[in-house]
Design a protein around this ligand. Structure first.
Ligand code: AMP
Ligand code: FE
Ligand code: FE
Ligand code: ZN
Length: 291
């Protein structure tokens, strides 16, 4: 008889959060304090395309007696869709993964500058205004342009910026380089991590990938899907649950907390202990930081 897994972590678990190392508004330690204050006891920091926040977050989870799951949200793209791939417990020093995240981040800067130049023709916005909204560590993105527009009094908040000036229909949008999702899943998996598709069924530009393509991702090592996320549609969640059942995949639920940058509240969605256990057992790249 198989023995029950020895769980060294405690729930509730929130496996998707952002700090100011990407487009969250708080330092990693503050993110940890906020999720703890909302009752979360196991947390993953999943900044876009970088891992520099891990150390600071791990110091704070240790101080608070929490478990820290190192993670990242890797940008990828399938045709016109932006596909975000969450990676957990991969080796942060893996050369191929590092090279790819450096390429994405580098291209994001040039792309953000192009967007700002284009907006600057119609509004009083300059690149320096955006730089003022970032930390030296940040993965620069449209949220920082939104923050600059807020600081200049052009829009009220990030949401208004995304609904207006930053929306592709306004004509200022530019894409950034991102690998295709198959590459993203392979990079994370080859680095010993577990790959989970973030918010796979949102209503806008990130609509669900075709099922045959999803099955290719599964064959390439995809671990599962983030189903419990406020932006997933109900019909989309039902479709995903069928796929998950058929392939016995991992299901996660998370807040996608961005500090004050989004209304998402820590712990508003959580991941079942058994699923956290599966992620931990499957990963070989780095260990969780237990209390
Ligand atoms: P980018 O990757 O630079 O194109 O920007 C996309 C990021 O913007 C995502 O990671 C989201 O966190 C953020 N975002 C998208 N829509 C909104 C919104 N309505 N309010 C705040 N943040 C948003
Ligand atoms: Fe984000
Ligand atoms: Fe995302
Ligand atoms: Zn996210």
């Amino acid at each position: 008889m198989a023995s029950a897994p020895s769980r060294r972590f405690a729930g509730p678990s929130d496996l998707h959060t952002h700090s100011n190392h990407s487009d969250g508004t708080e330092a990693p330690a503050e993110v940890v304090r906020q999720v703890h204050a909302h009752g979360v006891r196991t947390v993953a920091l999943t900044d876009h395309d970088r891992t520099t926040g891990w150390e600071q977050a791990a110091v704070e989870t240790a101080a608070l007696g929490m478990t820290f799951i190192p993670g990242m949200e890797l940008s990828s793209k399938h045709e016109w869709r932006s596909v975000h791939v969450l990676g957990y417990l991969f080796d942060p020093d893996d050369a191929a993964l590092r090279a790819e995240t450096e390429r994405i981040r580098g291209d994001r800067i040039g792309r953000a500058e192009r967007i700002v130049r284009s907006i600057g023709r119609d509004y009083d916005l300059q690149w320096a205004d955006v730089v003022a909204q970032t930390t030296p560590d940040a993965t620069v993105g449209r949220p920082h342009i939104a923050d600059a527009l807020v600081a200049l009094g052009i829009v009220r908040d990030r949401a208004e910026a995304f609904d207006g000036i930053l929306h592709p229909r306004e004509g200022y949008y530019e894409p950034h380089y991102a690998p295709d999702p198959l590459t993203a899943v392979r990079l994370i998996t080859d680095a010993g991590g577990v790959a989970i598709i973030a918010h796979p069924v949102t209503a806008g530009r990130d609509r669900m990938m075709p099922v045959p393509f999803i099955e290719r991702l599964i064959a390439a090592g995809l671990g599962g899907f983030e189903i419990d996320h406020r932006e997933n549609t109900e019909p989309g969640k039902r479709a995903l649950r069928e796929i998950v059942k058929k392939h016995d995949l991992i299901v996660t639920g998370s807040s996608d907390y961005h500090g004050t940058g989004k209304p998402n509240v820590p712990g508003e969605n959580t991941t079942a202990d058994a699923m956290v256990e599966r992620i931990i057992e499957r990963a070989t790249g780095t260990a969780p930081r237990y209390p």
